[in-house]
Write a new protein. Structure first.
Length: 335
């Protein structure tokens, strides 16, 4: 198992490098110039100095190395300094956002906690709700509970977040007045009342994101449980006189979790993608909203960075899913 994990981690490095190169080259071909918004009265030599300050006057391979360097927080290397032939000063390898004129990673680090608060909480709650719904729905197939769970799952699959987000705002914020309609990212939690305010403003965006997660995971959990409830090992466990709770929760559930692990692990990047729309609806100042504003402002360095972060999430959680396979199913031998 350890050898497999090390091999997959080693393979992930060139995979991510290839993905980063493809993303970088594709967006380099995209039209757009940060100097397009500069007034025509600005002299040409001033515009050229502004381009150099943003690092646009350097060769494409140097800009690619600079862009990768920001993910590892490495100080400027003498080798790159020599290779570029431009005499980088301290910190010159930091990629600058065209929109804000600030280092890209500094902005991402500032926005990330807001997204993790909302997305992380929504995903954990969604999975914790989905697993028991799927288990009970499969064990009590065609019951009222199963039919209600199927209906909720269909709603969660069918309703996009930009519609469900507006709907919950109208119901719970406008009509009932229970929760604030806009997420206050400047709110600081330092006592119990401020913690209650934080919970209230998180309820609606978490509800919208958790609905999609619950719908997807519960359907996979139900289908996997139904498949294993009819297997020979289940009948053998019952014939041995085991309690029904042991049969379902130990033998059936463990085998049923194997395909569900893939859905849960690979659903993390997907829920981050869903947060792009949800953060726009609830005005959450996270990386999802940052990506939308960067695309609208044609801020290619920011779009490059955020896109590659999503790629890193996909590769990492693929690796986590493979490792969990071996832990859940002893029949899978990676070594």
């Amino acid at each position: 198992m350890l050898n497999f994990t090390i091999r997959r981690m080693v393979i992930s490095i060139p995979t991510l490098l290839f993905i980063s190169l493809v993303i970088f080259l594709l967006l380099e071909l995209a039209p757009g110039d940060p100097m397009a918004q500069v007034p025509l009265t600005v002299p040409a030599e001033v515009k050229e100095k502004m381009r150099e300050a943003l690092g646009l006057g350097q060769p494409i391979h140097i800009r690619y190395v600079k862009w990768l360097n920001q993910f590892f927080v490495i100080e400027p290397l003498n080798l790159i300094d020599y290779y570029a032939g431009t005499g980088f000063a301290e910190g010159k390898l930091r990629v600058i956002s065209w929109q804000t004129r600030s280092p890209v990673m500094d902005i991402v680090v500032q926005r990330m906690p807001q997204t993790l608060w909302v997305v992380g909480m929504a995903y954990i709650i969604g999975v914790l709700i989905a697993l028991p719904i799927g288990i009970i729905s499969a064990y009590r197939q065609y019951s009222i509970f199963d039919q209600a769970g199927t209906f909720i799952s269909m709603v969660g699959f069918s309703v996009p977040p930009f519609f469900s987000g507006v709907l919950v705002i109208v119901i719970f914020a406008v009509n009932l007045g229970w929760f604030p309609s806009i997420y206050n990212t400047l709110h600081v939690v330092n006592d119990w009342p401020s913690f209650v305010v934080q919970l209230k403003q998180m309820v609606m965006p978490v509800m919208v994101l958790a609905l999609q997660t619950t719908a997807q995971v519960s359907r996979y959990m139900r289908a996997s449980m139904l498949d294993n409830l009819g297997q020979d090992f289940t009948r053998t466990a019952r014939a041995k006189g085991l309690r029904e709770s042991q049969v379902v929760m130990v033998h059936v559930l463990r085998n049923s979790m194997i395909p569900v692990v893939t859905v849960i692990a690979l659903g993390v990047p997907a829920v981050f993608g869903g947060a792009i729309i949800t953060e726009q609806v609830f005005k959450v100042n996270g990386i999802g909203q940052l990506l939308i504003t960067a695309i609208q402002a044609n801020d290619l360095p920011m779009v490059l960075t955020l896109t590659f972060i999503f790629a890193i999430l996909i590769v990492v959680f693929n690796l986590i899913a493979d490792i969990l396979y071996g832990l859940l199913d002893p029949r899978i031998r990676y070594d």
